[in-house]
Design a protein around this ligand. Structure first.
Ligand code: AVI
Length: 331
């Protein structure tokens, strides 16, 4: 009941126009310096992210989960039985609420199989969560893809099926894309869907900056450790010599662009060498490296962007405080 495709194997990687190292090199040689957010997620980074999701200040996961608890059955009713494809599935925790609802729906329609297609860059988390899901759901058929969003969406676009698709992109991961990157991703999602298919999107909404900044700079320092771990990841992976004690975690809400910006601030002038990519960089005292943006959305604006990609919003669910939104669009 489990099939796993690795789209990131050596053969597939040689077709990628932009290698990840190249992006890192570009990011660290431009002004202001940036590190692509993908470098958060080594094993330790993924563990720290799971801890972030449980923090009292990080309301996102809790709130989205509460919305799914109330809307999952209605969502399944609207879409009818379909294959659930999830971008960035991770531990698939919230997805279980969707799988439960689709399982109930399938039973009503006397449909035997429930198809779930998780997509994640981490083979270990994909395998682990697939194994756990298969133990808990006897009707589940899993077709996992170890892949970036780009590659997986291109593959889906190239292999249309008659089975109705629901592509899920939850957890406000869309917020980590620039506006241009966001448009590009929505176009790729649309290309992977046939008319009548669905797109499910979880997004963090605009709110009091104090609440937002606390969510990205928690009292226990877990987000700070997550941000700094990115430098340790670069040390391990690219033979770099970042001294983590010489950097500080900074998270600020930019009210003009409606985004949290996470930075690593250099405590002093320093020279860093990344031996494996043959790069030496100079940092001034207080110079910052941008490690992540996390955009906060206005559902009405996003609805227009979705519409521009032939994705027509059918329903928006939110929580009583209006902190988080779940949007269902149909192509
Ligand atoms: C994965 N992503 C949606 C998280 C966010 O909230 O933007 C990543 C994160 N960064 C710091 N805390 C959580």
């Amino acid at each position: 009941r489990l099939q796993l495709d690795d789209l990131l194997g050596p053969a597939a990687l040689s077709h990628q126009p932009q290698s990840p190292q190249r992006e890192l090199y570009q990011g660290l040689t431009q002004t202001p310096k940036t590190i692509p957010a993908q470098y958060f997620y080594d094993e330790r980074g993924s563990q720290l992210f799971e801890q972030i999701c449980d923090l009292p200040e990080y309301y996102l996961t809790r709130t989205e989960t509460s919305i799914f608890r109330t809307c999952a059955d209605e969502l399944a009713q609207i879409t009818g039985p379909c294959e659930i494809i999830e971008l960035g599935s991770g531990s698939s925790t919230k997805t279980r609420l969707l799988l439960d609802a689709y399982q109930r729906l399938n039973q009503k329609h006397q449909i035997a199989d429930l198809k779930y297609s998780p997509i994640d860059v981490s083979p270990s988390i994909l395998k682990l969560s697939a194994k756990q899901l298969l133990q808990d759901y006897s009707d589940l058929q899993i077709q996992g893809r170890v892949s970036t969003y780009d590659l997986a969406l291109a593959q889906l676009a190239a292999t249309p099926t008659t089975t109705k698709r629901l592509i899920g992109f939850i957890g406000s991961s869309l917020g980590n894309f620039t506006p241009a990157g966001c448009d590009r991703l929505l176009a790729q999602v649309s290309a992977a869907l046939q008319p009548g298919d669905f797109f499910l999107l979880g997004i963090d909404l605009r709110k009091d900056p104090a609440i937002l900044e606390a969510a990205y700079d928690d009292a226990q320092g877990v987000t700070a450790a997550f941000n700094l771990n990115m430098l340790q990841h670069l040390n391990n992976r690219f033979e770099a010599n970042f001294d983590l004690t010489q950097f500080e975690h900074v998270a600020l809400y930019n009210q003009t662009t409606h985004q949290i910006e996470m930075h690593l601030r250099s405590r002093q002038p320093q020279t860093i060498r990344l031996k494996a990519i043959n790069l030496t960089i100079e940092l001034a005292a207080d110079e910052t490296i941008l490690s992540e943006i996390s955009r906060k959305f206005d559902p009405a604006e996003l609805q227009i962007q979705l519409q521009n990609q032939q994705l027509h919003v059918q329903r928006i669910w939110t929580d009583p405080q209006n902190w988080f939104g779940v949007m269902l669009a149909q192509k």
